[in-house]
Design a protein around this ligand. Structure first.
Ligand code: SAM
Ligand code: SF4
Length: 501
């Protein structure tokens, strides 16, 4: 158990996120008190039986001083840091003080514990944003690299990853073009629910009777939102049909959706159209041929692992053979740009199995590979049954990610987008790799949050961006299928005021 006391600030959330690298979340108790209270109690604030961390922020006219004190046994260790504040705004002071506090705590804890924390004090889910901001300010790559290492305590390999990803992304995101938007279409149905999944996915066994009505409602939303896009004068850069597993739909159902898109949305400037064909148990020749003929430019066929025993364990009702067969059909009907998703840290998997997965993927030679680190999400079956599984330790997951990184390099891939999620094993990351020229524009835009993404369908969450104000408005659709079907007009109205000013 570690007891944390914040004095002169209330950055409890940020400190807790950082401490999760060192302690289990249920072992962290955190509170704030004011400075006077602290002075009163100082002599008896440490209890020999529990570890106590004190984090003090003092702001003076010209500088701020941050002190972190940690009792380890009878001894109290201390880390003091100071920074000038010049004429900085309140917001900047807050940002700097948070960083300073996290850094001083980080230095104190890494001194006393032998734990690898590759991402240093970075707890946010979109770390590349920092690099983009610095690049936009005209700061040299060399200086950005040293800021990542010294200010954020990120290790060499992650700092290099951030630089590599940001440099590729930069040309897709900047200069920001506010006339372009992207569209996400949610198909929240799946054959069965995977062990680790927390996405809006309704197993067909329970929801198949709603699919036709869902498609009908979706077509209404496509038609009505298309009118708003037209009225706003925006053009559509990319479309992404995701889920769930969109290929649970039949050719007829897809046809209705594509007809609604083609009849209502101006596709003259469309640069990319992705369909997630996630699970091989939803794919056949006829469907893939139809998708290819409907001008889909990018497909995702996801193994997650190339080990049959793991597929069984995670509740995916397909085999590795099915996956390879689906991939071959996709190439046969003419798809060139194909992504594959895998997850590292799946229950029961060791480094050898990860190597086997990578070797098998190498044989198929996709243009994109997305490597996820297992996240134990609250709404998943895995979280419910966590104790029944022997989950891989963070250090081993780091080794496995290195295997994927080495394979990716020899396969000619470059990392082109990345993000982190809550509850990931070892607080690591997800990395999207692509062969040069095959980067998924939609993935970059959704991560960097500089382009408006209009999300249609149940569970879709639109993001309207205002780059000049560095602002973002999130507008969710309802998740429940029946609610969506009955309230589709309201979903359109929710977006109207953000598109028509
Ligand atoms: C939104 S899911 C949809 C993809 C598709 N339905 C499938 O499962 O093949 C996108 C990807 O996220 C990854 N993913 C889902 N849940 C995850 C978890 N708990 N931890 C790590 N990765 C996860 C999987 O690799 C999955 O392919
Ligand atoms: S991981 Fe994909 S296929 Fe599995 S339940 Fe989630 S969305 Fe469906």
């Amino acid at each position: 158990m570690i007891k944390v006391i914040c004095i002169g600030h209330d950055y409890e959330y940020e400190i807790k996120e950082l401490l999760k690298n060192f302690y289990k979340p249920n072992k962290i108790e955190i509170s704030s008190i004011n400075y006077e209270e602290y002075i009163d109690k100082e002599s008896n604030i440490y209890n020999a039986e529990e570890t106590t961390l004190i984090s003090i922020l003092e702001i003076n006219v010209n500088n701020m001083i941050v002190t972190s004190k940690l009792n380890s046994g009878k001894e109290v260790t201390e880390q003091v840091m100071e920074e000038k504040i010049d004429n900085k705004s309140h917001l900047e002071i807050k940002k700097i003080s948070k960083r300073l506090i996290k850094r001083s705590i980080f230095k104190l804890l890494t001194k006393s514990q032998n734990i690898k924390v590759p991402w240093g004090i970075l707890t946010g889910i979109r770390p590349t944003k920092i690099v983009h901001e610095l690049l936009e300010k005209g700061i040299s790559e060399e200086n950005i690299f040293s800021i990542l290492k010294n200010e954020y305590c990120i290790n060499n390999s992650k700092a290099q990853l951030l630089m590599d990803v940001a440099k590729i992304e930069h040309k897709f995101v900047y200069p920001i073009d506010e006339s372009k938007v992207s569209i996400y279409i949610s198909i929240p149905f799946c054959p069965t629910r995977c062990l680790y999944c927390s996405f809006p996915s309704n197993p067909l066994k329970q929801a198949s009777h709603l699919v036709d009505d869902y498609v009908q409602a979706l077509c209404i939303e496509i038609k009505e939102v298309a009118k708003l896009i037209k009225e706003s004068g925006k053009t559509v850069q990319t479309i992404y049909i995701g889920g769930g597993t969109p290929t649970t739909l039949s050719v007829k159902q897809f046809e209705k959706i594509f007809n609604a898109i083609n009849a209502n949305i101006d596709l003259c400037n469309l640069e990319e159209f992705t369909v997630e064909a996630g699970r091989p148990d939803t794919i056949d020749y006829e469907k893939l041929k139809f998708l290819k003929e409907s001008n889909i430019t990018r497909l995702s066929i996801n193994p997650q692992t190339m080990n049959d025993c793991t597929l069984k364990e995670i509740g995916r009702e397909h085999t590795v053979k099915d996956l390879i067969e689906s991939y071959k059909i996709a190439t046969e009907v003419g798809f060139v740009n194909i992504n594959m998703d895998i997850i590292i840290g799946l229950p029961g998997e060791d480094s050898k199995m990860v190597e086997y997965t990578m070797n098998e993927i190498d044989k198929l030679s996709p243009t994109n590979l997305t490597v996820h680190t297992l996240a134990i999400k609250r709404a998943s079956r895995l979280k419910e049954k966590e104790k029944e599984y022997s989950l891989t330790e963070a250090n081993k997951v780091i080794d496995m990610l290195n295997i994927t990184k080495n394979y990716a390099e020899t396969m000619g891939f470059k990392p082109y987008y990345m993000y982190r999620q809550k509850h990931m094993v070892g607080n690591l990351e997800n990395i999207g790799y692509a062969k040069p020229g095959y980067e998924c524009i939609y993935n970059i835009q959704i991560m960097e949050e500089k382009q408006t993404i209009i999300a249609l369908g149940a569970g879709g969450a639109s993001k309207f961006t205002y780059p000049a104000e560095n602002r973002l408005e999130r507008v969710p659709n309802v998740k429940n299928l029946e609610h969506y079907i009955n309230r589709v007009d309201e979903m359109v109205q929710r977006k109207r005021k953000f598109l028509i000013v």
